[in-house]
Design a protein around this ligand. Structure first.
Ligand code: HDE
Length: 710
């Protein structure tokens, strides 16, 4: 954070931040308070007096502490950081933060779930928001992205319908933060354009292991404009350096109970521990003249540009390196808007993006309550703001002088319009003509090819997870006709998938016959949905998490189960090795009391067997030592220890049984395996520590799931 602009941003926040250290308590008017324990009364048992301005000020402020939560993306966590450019894009855009290699731009990133309220669980099956505010020298640039590259709908006019369908049902306000209910699937089954997004939502991408292990996508095509006015379409990508990883659905459900703040805590702790989350920032660039060379429309937000057709060029690194000081002031009050752009970046006519350009300012007005929300420290740009906008609720800026209009002579004509050469923004000039019409373009009609591409590209375990997710969700749908209609949609994605889901949710696979309101009247739906279509066998390696980064154990959380008598030397040896490679080791013992190891030293556990669960860890080590194994297998502890071991095994995570723990091994489900299991390490392994690290680096061994769970 040595960079000047970043410091400016920090200074700016600092002038608004305050510490209570060594300070006396005051009212909001700065009056020192002498008694914060009792209200003003008539006698010590008498009624409270209206005169008590200190009580009234305190309670009134408290009564107004809440602001409306975001309509969508209400639950979020954020962090400060920096974007460092490595490759100049001057050939494509004049945006200054993208043209000078080495340049650092301060950022604030807010991750979120979409459907749940502010207090909902982090591990809901959902899309994640990935909103980035770049505080550039030319003004704030917001890339309000998601962790999935496509969206449910093609036109903004359907957004309220989509959100009403997924939110808790209006009669009984259930279920919270879940798409597994009637209204969501009713809507989806009538909206074939959502099928591609449904594949992503039912995949493991919707239950990330960590916010630090998610990709980010701008979704829409945007435009880059260079100094000469030349246009390229651009798709934005964030690729996590730790790879893209997910938990198992069974884990997600359990984590929601054990630690609903799992993602928030993980992000916070990683940053506090100095394991700064990092992403490669990349772009797919398409020259304007190639706009129509694809078999889909670049303006259609339900389509990706496959990386095989246009590779992602990595141009820099996004690093999150500082937690907010105050959640409300920063993470809650930050106000994103896809319309916050800078010279060199412009919009396309994607009808979803066009609608978003209206929505975000409108929502900030109702959420933050004033047109002056840009003056809240987290929303301020690093370059100063000069215009003739005045007044409004909670105005902070004190503008000197008597003119608040333009043109003026009394104020010397200031502030002046900027010429383009001075950084003045001018929308890219584009020729537009057409009928005034409410109609979907015929080029938006193919809803299934890319849904199929996604499904085809998944590894077998990923496909099974996707099938199971659909079965889970649709089993919660109480109306058989909705289940049947959805299966009717799946037929056009993959017949086998449709059949597998159908048998588990008690419906027949039937050919789809229903009105398709999103399609133009003249669309040839029969042809598009024909089962005789040429089979689509295309795949794209970038779509499968199987091909992600699996070569390190950085920031992974390893649980050590210990008890009195454990082998202290073996524990510290392994812990040092894991920590040297960047992992975090946490001790779990029968109670929080200090554990005495065999060599007489004492270790303080972070958790007890009752206060945490296996689902909160990436891997488990049953600490070496016969004595401690005996304690772990005592009547009092046995059930909990075996639960840890069996769950870790079931969820395909690395398990390591230290020397002397045969009793634990033999009592667990692991002993029932019929042959060598590559993810279970024990005292017989040659170089067991290295073997363990290798399995942890692979994250989960999904290939073993079917065998382990049968
Ligand atoms: Fe949003 N969206 N959205 N959205 N969106 C909001 O703005 C909206 C869409 C996204 O951490 C709201 O400040 C409409 C796509 C993120 O603060 C609201 C449409 C994508 C966030 C809104 C979309 C997004 C929001 C709610 C369809 C992925 C959280 C509170 C036309 C590219 C930002 C707020 C944060 C938030 C409207 C579709 C991403 C109501 C009308 C597509 C990451 O203005």
């Amino acid at each position: 954070m040595k960079n000047k602009k970043q410091n400016k941003k920090l200074d700016q926040l600092d002038t608004h931040s305050i510490s209570n250290e060594n300070e006396k308590l005051t009212t909001n008017q700065g009056l020192k308070i002498n008694n914060n324990q009792d209200s003003l009364k008539t006698g010590d048992r008498g009624p409270t007096l209206l005169e008590d301005f200190i009580l009234r000020e305190k309670i009134t402020h408290f009564d107004h502490e809440r602001i409306p939560e975001r309509v969508v993306h209400a639950r979020g966590s954020g962090a400060h950081g920096v974007f460092k450019l490595s490759t100049s894009l001057a050939e494509y855009t004049k945006a200054k933060f993208l043209t000078e290699p080495g340049k650092e731009t301060p950022v604030f990133v807010r991750f979120s779930t979409v459907a749940g309220s502010r207090g909902s669980t982090d591990l809901a099956r959902d899309v994640r928001g990935f909103a980035v505010k770049f505080y550039t020298e030319e003004g704030n640039y917001d890339l309000v992205a998601n962790n999935m590259p496509v969206f449910f709908i093609q036109d903004a006019i359907k957004f309220p319908d989509l959100i009403h369908a997924v939110k808790p049902e209006p009669d009984h306000e259930m279920p919270q933060a879940a798409s597994a209910h009637d209204t969501f699937w009713d809507f989806i089954s009538l909206m074939p354009e959502s099928m591609h997004m449904i594949m992503w939502l039912m995949s493991d991408r919707a239950i990330p292991r960590s916010l630090r292990m998610m990709e980010g996508f701008g979704v829409h095509s945007f435009k880059f404009i260079n100094e000469e006015g030349r246009v390229h379409f651009v798709k934005f990508h964030f690729k996590p350096k730790l790879g893209v990883h997910s938990v198992a659905w069974d884990e997600a459900q359990k984590i929601s109970g054990v630690d609903p703040d799992f993602h928030r805590r993980d992000l916070w702790e990683a940053i506090e521990n100095g394991a700064f989350p990092e992403w490669d920032f990349g772009v797919q660039l398409i020259p304007e003249e190639d706009e129509h060379k694809f078999d889909f429309d670049l303006l259609d937000p339900t389509k990706i540009v496959p990386e095989e057709e246009v590779p992602v060029q990595i141009i820099g690194t996004l690093t999150l390196n500082r937690n907010p000081d105050n959640f409300f002031a920063e993470t809650e009050q930050i106000a994103f808007h896809p319309g916050h752009i800078i010279p060199g970046i412009d919009f396309t006519n994607d009808p979803l993006l066009q609608g978003r350009l209206f929505s975000y300012t409108d929502t900030q007005l109702s959420r933050l309550g004033s047109p002056n929300f840009h003056e809240i420290p987290i929303n301020r740009s690093v370059n100063s703001v000069h215009n003739n906008q005045r007044d409004g609720h909670m105005r902070q800026q004190i503008v000197k002088g008597k003119t608040s209009y333009e043109p003026n002579s009394l104020g010397g004509g200031c502030p002046f319009q900027a010429m383009m050469s001075e950084g003045g923004f001018a929308s890219h000039q584009e020729r537009v003509s057409g009928e005034k019409i409410r109609k979907r373009s015929q080029s938006f009609v193919d809803h299934y090819s890319q849904a199929k591409l996604f499904y085809n590209s998944q590894s077998l375990p990923e496909q099974i997870h996707l099938q199971n997710a659909l079965i889970f969700e649709l089993s919660k749908v109480t109306v058989p006709e909705i289940r049947e209609r959805l299966v009717g949609q799946l037929v056009f994605v993959d017949k086998d998938l449709a059949a597998k889901v159908a048998t588990k949710i008690g419906v027949q696979v039937k050919k789809l016959k229903h009105p398709n309101q999103s399609l133009p009247a003249d669309s040839n739906i029969e042809e598009l949905q024909s089962e005789e279509r040429e089979p689509n066998t295309k795949t794209s390696a970038a779509l499968s998490m199987k091909n992600t980064v699996k070569d390190n154990i950085k920031s992974r959380k390893i649980g050590f189960i210990i008890a009195n008598g454990a082998d202290g030397k073996a524990i510290s040896g392994l812990a040092t090795k894991l920590e040297t490679e960047g992992a975090t080791v946490e001790l779990i013992a029968p109670s929080l009391a200090a554990v005495k190891t065999g060599d007489g030293s004492s270790l303080i556990p972070k958790h007890s067997l009752t206060s945490t669960a296996s689902v909160c860890f990436d891997a488990l080590y049953i600490c070496a030592g016969e004595k401690s194994a005996k304690v772990l297998m005592s009547e009092e502890n046995k059930h909990r220890v075996l639960n840890f071991v069996n769950e870790t095994y079931k969820h395909c995570k690395a398990l390591y049984f230290g020397e002397g723990t045969e009793t634990v091994y033999n009592s667990s489900n692991v002993s029932m395996k019929k042959h060598e299991d590559p993810a279970v390490i024990n005292w017989e392994n040659i170089k067991p520590e290295n073997a363990f690290i290798k399995v942890v680096a692979g994250h989960r061994v999904w290939e073993l799931e079917q065998e382990r769970n049968t």
